[in-house]
Design a binder for this molecule. Structure first.
Ligand code: PAF
Length: 296
């Protein structure tokens, strides 16, 4: 039986008498299979599972989709019931920001200024501030985040480390449609034609993942995005980047080791992101070893 609570007091009441580990999955609602993968991982690991549903105004820019972001709480609760979630915490803005717009916020540092942070100024400050608050409110032992939002996951991990937060942060692999499209609450904005164009994101990552070197990865992925720029409707790429997983800075062309190939692009009025983790082998005189095709 899933309990739905809206206030901090009711959340505490819902937890009273529950012993053992608590896992939290933070969401903005509009749940899909990607969220369910996080919830299933949480369910498998902890006695009590809390799912938070909160569309956080602090992480939306003035021209972003805060007002039209899908709000589907009844359906979200139904999915949580099926997934045997114990508590859905769906607070109002005043519960999360009792003092109004916060004066004190989390500053993400340099990793928050690149890629998503460069295109969405203030975004990661808003994300980390609300994640910090929701960790305080739900006091979990473990929190699950999707690798789909790889830069967010890296920043949350870094915040937990830098702030000595008593929580384990666990990443869960991206869930994809059979044709490669990464699941996202924003996919529901796409028309059929836009969805076809949007497949270029995962196709670019898959093309990159076939290559052996950083330079090869970048140019193979870029070629797919360039073709999609001429599609109808066209893809507008915000960035394609091959970065280190801990700092999100571009890796050198001769980089060997872990990296993340990340892309953000717009189709019609919808902005999508995707990424794939790669391990680039050290150059071998006998020729290229290929990365796995992880984006398909
Ligand atoms: O990934 C999301 O849905 C949001 O950024 C999060 C972590 C729930 C914070 O609002």
């Amino acid at each position: 039986m899933t309990r739905v609570v809206h206030s901090r007091a009711d959340l505490e009441a819902a937890r009273a008498g529950r012993f053992g580990d608590t896992a939290v999955v933070m969401t903005m609602g509009a749940l899909h299979e990607g969220h369910l993968a996080l919830i299933r991982a949480a369910r498998a690991s902890a006695k009590t599972v809390i799912v938070t549903v909160f569309v956080n105004p602090l992480q939306f820019g003035p021209n972003e989709d805060f007002d039209r972001y899908p709000r589907t709480l009844d359906e979200d609760v139904r999915m949580c019931e099926e997934a045997e979630v114990d508590v859905v915490f769906a607070p109002a803005v005043d519960d999360v920001y009792p003092g109004g717009t916060p004066m004190v916020t989390v500053h993400p540092g340099a990793m928050g200024d690149v890629l998503e942070g460069a295109f969405r100024p203030g975004f990661f400050g808003g994300v980390l501030t609300v994640v910090n608050k929701l960790l305080n409110l739900t006091a979990p032992d473990v929190a699950y985040f999707g690798q789909k939002d790889a830069q967010q996951l890296a920043l949350v991990r870094r915040m937990a480390l830098d702030f000595n937060l008593p929580v384990e942060i666990v990443g869960v692999p991206t869930v994809r449609e059979p044709d490669g499209l990464a699941l996202s609450s924003r996919n529901r904005y796409l028309s059929t034609e836009e969805r076809t164009t949007a497949l270029a994101l995962s196709a670019a990552l898959a093309a990159g993942a076939q290559q052996a070197t950083a330079a090869g990865i970048r140019s193979a992925a870029r070629a797919v995005l360039d073709r999609a720029a001429a599609a109808d409707p066209p893809l507008g790429t915000d960035y394609l980047a091959l970065v280190g997983p801990d700092d999100f800075l571009e890796v050198a062309d001769d980089h060997a080791g872990d990296a993340i190939l990340a892309v953000a692009a717009r189709v019609g009025g919808t902005r999508l992101i995707d990424n794939v983790p790669l391990r680039i082998a050290a150059a071998h005189p006998a020729g290229g070893e290929k990365n796995g095709d992880e984006a398909r």
